[in-house]
Design a binder for this molecule. Structure first.
Ligand code: BG6
Length: 478
């Protein structure tokens, strides 16, 4: 099918993973325990992943083994090269570099591991794109310091980031600070609060206020990391990373429009701070009305102002819709105020499928922030069946094709400055939300089940060959 539009020559086509979802080797090379290492598996029916204080016998911790990328990265990178990937996004596991998070000196074995991986990528002509914190902070920082509500984490993170920039600046040009920092607007759900910020709520603690405090500290840390990177090497490009989910008004009713606008403001203020260097005015009014005392130090405003990002990384999977609240308030509560969009279909996991929403949100970002955009996640989690060693995943091809077509319209027709597309994921991995293997995203199948059983063999799915042609044809052959 050749309905695609030709994408610019320097456009980066690639694929994305995160360290904790693929590496395994959770105790290898002096690695410390991360949040992901104490998160037990859940399921589609019961998606809440239990976090245990220690590793408990009889429980399944799928991030302990991932897909064994820690040992198999060399062969997997060969497959990525065969696929034609020009960029590979992964994260550096914080606990490989600073096992507990508060050490003064880094772990040499962890640094050596990533040097080796980046060398292998470069040898294959693949550009690494790196996230510093992707749902895998050291668990010690949760237990000893209370996670990101504690300002000490700013220094720990900046030390980790600085070490990475100093070590890898010749090997890695594109960086992102915090993965999907905006997921935490879903603060009624304990999972994102813990996964992103290491927050375990104290009795009586206000979850929303704790979220604002933790994310303020993260935004300051992110800005300080940008400043550190530019000082070490002005060539480095440091981005934010947001889960972009358009929140449409359900109807043309003005009250629904207002609800949707506030929802978008609420979910994306992180981007406003990271790009514009200051909080939007609605948020200060909101904190005042709620009586929230978010601790902001005297120097924070200056750091946020100076440490703005070079580009914005984003994931895109689905869209939401919202409508006027029953109580008439213009507030957004993600757990209560989202509603199904009757015009869209859903995946088996209930994610609403909306390719046009990708073009919509890219235009929205361009208008609002005027920064280069890198899509660092977009993909389809589905059950796959192996038949005679083949996986005919047309549903995944359909999803990706429809999204790439809208991305191309955004770039070629609308002139949005998108610099890369890293689909999620070139290879099957552990689902972040449920810990399942059965929710497969890969173009490459990994023979492994939810309990980690299987040969681990890699098989090319039909979608592998489809994406290979897309890259070869600069997006023309969809
Ligand atoms: C994003 C995360 O939220 O979505 C990834 O950055 C995650 O880590 C991806 O894997 C898909 O979500 P899930 O829960 O299906 O793995």
């Amino acid at each position: 099918m050749t309905t695609g539009l030709k994408m610019p020559n320097n456009f980066l086509w690639g694929g994305a993973v995160a360290a904790h979802q693929v590496e395994g080797g959770w105790q290898d090379g002096g690695k410390g325990v991360s949040i992901a290492d104490v998160m037990a598996a859940a399921s589609r029916e019961h998606p809440q992943r239990e976090v245990t204080d220690t590793v408990e016998p009889g429980k399944v911790y799928p991030n302990h083994w991932g897909i064994d990328f820690y040992h198999k990265y060399s062969q997997d990178i060969n497959l990525f090269a065969e696929l034609g990937m020009q960029a590979f996004r992964t994260s550096i596991a914080w606990t490989r570099i600073y096992p507990n998070g508060d050490e003064k000196t880094p772990n040499a074995a962890g640094l050596a591991y990533y040097h080796d991986m980046f060398a292998k990528l470069h040898a294959q002509g693949i550009e690494p794109v790196i996230t510093l914190s992707h749902f895998e902070m050291p668990y010690h920082l949760v237990k000893e310091y209370g996670g990101w509500r504690n300002r000490k984490l700013i220094d720990f993170f900046v030390r980790f980031a600085t070490t990475c920039f100093e070590e890898f600046h010749d090997e890695v040009r594109y960086w992102m600070t915090f993965n999907e920092i905006d997921n935490q607007t879903s603060w009624r759900d304990p999972h994102p609060l813990l996964q992103n910020s290491g927050l375990q709520l104290n009795p009586g603690e206000n979850a929303e206020e704790a979220m604002f405090q933790a994310t303020h500290n993260e935004l300051v840390a992110s800005a300080q990391a940008v400043l550190a990177a530019h000082k070490i090497d002005p060539q480095l490009q440091v981005g934010g990373m947001l889960a972009m989910v358009p929140i449409y008004p359900l109807t043309a009713k003005p009250e629904d429009q207002m609800a949707a606008m506030r929802a978008m403001q609420y979910r994306y203020y992180f981007g406003d701070v990271q790009v514009q260097g200051k909080y939007p005015s609605w948020i200060k009014a909101y904190w005042e009305q709620k009586g929230y005392q978010v601790k902001v130090s005297a120097s924070d405003a200056d750091i946020l102002r100076r440490g703005t990002v070079d580009y914005m990384g984003m994931s895109y999977y689905m869209s939401f819709a919202t409508k006027e609240r029953a109580d008439g308030k213009v507030e957004y509560d993600e757990a209560k105020d989202l509603t199904d969009n009757p015009t869209l279909q859903k995946s088996d996991w209930g994610w609403q499928i909306d390719p046009v929403g990708l073009r919509w949100i890219l235009n929205w970002m361009q208008d609002r922030w005027r920064k280069p955009i890198m899509i660092v996640e977009n993909g389809f989690g589905a059950y796959d069946k192996v038949e005679d060693g083949k996986i005919h995943d047309n549903y995944r091809i359909d999803y990706l094709r429809a999204h790439v077509a809208e991305l191309e319209k955004a770039v070629v027709v609308d002139g949005v400055n998108v610099i890369g597309y890293m689909m999620w994921s070139p290879i099957d991995l552990i689902s972040a939300s449920t810990g399942e293997m059965a929710k497969r995203y890969g173009l490459i199948y990994v023979d492994q089940d939810d309990k980690g059983q299987g040969s681990g063999e890699r098989l090319r799915k039909d979608s592998f060959y489809w994406y290979q042609k897309v890259i070869q044809s600069d997006g023309v052959d969809l």
